[in-house]
Design a protein around this ligand. Structure first.
Ligand SMILES: Cc1ncc(C[n+]2csc(CCOP(=O)(O)OP(=O)(O)O)c2C)c(N)n1
Ligand code: SF4
Length: 345
C-alpha cells in the first residue's frame, strides 16, 4: 500500500521565518554567484513547511554548491566528493522521519558521484536532490564538467571539449526518479514552487537548477533566461495544460509522429487542440520533453514527472515486518553463533 503524497508536516512545529534558517557562518561564495538565490529560495520554503528544524537534514558532497549545509540552520553533513546520496540514503533508512536534502553540483553529482546519484534515484529513496548546474567546476577554478557544452573552450580544454554532455533530466528519468523537475536560480517564484513540490513528494526527487557561476562560466544561460527573452525561450510545464509559450502565447509544442515540433498557433490551421497537454504521470512523455533544448526548442522548466511509488524505506520497513510476522523477533547473538565457527588462536 502506498500512502498518498502529503506534506511531511508536524503540528507542533513553531512558526518560522526565513531568518530562522540562516546561520552565523560567513558565506564564502563569490559576490554575484547564483548560489545565493538558491539558498534564499530554499530557506524561504523551509520556513513554510511546518516541519521542526531538527527534522531537516542537508547533506552535500564537495564543490562551491556543497557549502550549502553551513548556511542552513538545520542538521547538516558536508561529506565527501560525490558520495552525498550514499550518506543521505543511510540517514533516511536509519531515521525515516527526517526530511533529507542532498545538495550537489554538476561535477560532484554527475562526474565523481554519477554512480551514487543513479542508484539513489532508482531505489526511490525519499531524498530531495538539488543539483546546481553551472556547467563548470567552480570550486577548482573552471575545469569543464559533464554538462559543459560540446566545444566549450576553457583552461582544461584549450581547443574546446570533445565530450558529449550529459542531459541531467534525461538521466534522472532513465534512472527512474519519481519526481524530476527543472528551474533557474533567478526564477525566484518558480524555484520556490519547485522546492516546495519536492518537499511534498515522497520518493526520489531530483531538481536541476540552472545556476550562474559568474566567475568561471558567466552568462551560461542568459540566452534563454534573461528577462526579455525568457518567455520566448522557455516553455513552462504545467500538469493538464497545453504546451504554449512565447511573449504573445502564440507558439506551442506538437507531436508529429514520434517527434516534437514547434508550431505557431493560427498558422496552417494549428489550434490549441493540436498541442501536447502536459501529463506529469507519463514517463515516456517526460523523457521526450527532456530532449528539448535551446536553441532548437524552448527550454522546458517545471515538473517533468511526479509519481507516488513505494519508497526504499517503506519497502525495507514492510519486509522487516513481514519476516518478523513469520519468524518472530530476531536474535542477533544466535545469528552470530550459528553456522560454521572458527576460533582464531
Ligand atoms: C576525490 C576528489 N577528487 C577531486 C577533487 C577536486 N574537486 C573539488 S570540487 C570539484 C568539482 C566541483 O564541481 P561542481 O560539482 O560542479 O561544483 P561547483 O563548485 O561548481 O558548485 C572537484 C573536481 C576533490 N576534492 N576530491
Ligand atoms: S566559483 Fe562560481 S560557483 Fe563557485 S562561488 Fe564563485 S561564482 Fe559561485
Amino acid at each position: 500500500m502506498v500512502a498518498p503524497t502529503q506534506p511531511q508536516t508536524a503540528p507542533q512545529a513553531p512558526k518560522y521565518t526565513k531568518k530562522d534558517f540562516q546561520t552565523d557562518q560567513e558565506v564564502r561564495w563569490c559576490p554575484g554567484c547564483g548560489d545565493y538565490a538558491i539558498l534564499n529560495a530554499a530557506q524561504q520554503v523551509f520556513a513554510q513547511l511546518g516541519l521542526p528544524r531538527h527534522n531537516l537534514v542537508m547533506v552535500s558532497g564537495i564543490g562551491c554548491s556543497s557549502r550549502f549545509p553551513y548556511y542552513v540552520n538545520t542538521y547538516g553533513f558536508h561529506t565527501i566528493h560525490g558520495r552525498a546520496p550514499a550518506v543521505a540514503t543511510g540517514i533516511k533508512l536509519a531515521n525515516p522521519n527526517l526530511q533529507v536534502w542532498v545538495i550537489t553540483g554538476d561535477g560532484d553529482g554527475l562526474s565523481i558521484g554519477g554512480n551514487h546519484l543513479i542508484h539513489a534515484l532508482r531505489r526511490n529513496v525519499d531524498l530531495k536532490i538539488l543539483l546546481f548546474n553551472n556547467r563548470i567546476y567552480g570550486l577548482t577554478k573552471g575545469q569543464y564538467s559533464p554538462t559543459s557544452e560540446l566545444g566549450k573552450l576553457n583552461k582544461s580544454a584549450p581547443y574546446g571539449t570533445v565530450d558529449q554532455p550529459i542531459n541531467p533530466i534525461s538521466l534522472a528519468l532513465a534512472a527512474e526518479a519519481t519526481f524530476v523537475a527543472r528551474s533557474v536560480d533567478v526564477y525566484a517564484k518558480h524555484l520556490m514552487e519547485m522546492i516546495r513540490r519536492m518537499a511534498e513528494h515522497r520518493g526520489s526527487a531530483f531538481l536541476e537548477i540552472y545556476q550562474n557561476c559568474n566567475v568561471f562560466n558567466d552568462r551560461a544561460f542568459e540566452k534563454f533566461t534573461e528577462r526579455d527573452v525568457r518567455d520566448d525561450w522557455n516553455v513552462v510545464l504545467e500538469h493538464g495544460k497545453p504546451l504554449i509559450f512565447g511573449k504573445n502565447r502564440d507558439r506551442g509544442i506538437r507531436l508529429n509522429g514520434l517527434k516534437l515540433e514547434v508550431v505557431k498557433l493560427g498558422e496552417n490551421g494549428v489550434t490549441e487542440k493540436d498541442l501536447i497537454v502536459h501529463d506529469e504521470h507519463n514517463p515516456p512523455l517526460a523523457y521526450l520533453l527532456s530532449r528539448m533544448n535551446f536553441p532548437q526548442f524552448p527550454e522546458p522548466v517545471g515538473v517533468f514527472r511526479s509519481d507516488r511509488l513505494p519508497t526504499l524505506e517503506e519497502r525495507v520497513e514492510n519486509q522487516i515486518a513481514e519476516v518478523k510476522k513469520k519468524q518472530g523477533e530476531g536474535d542477533l547473538r544466535k545469528l552470530l553463533f550459528s553456522g560454521d565457527l572458527w576460533e582464531v588462536k
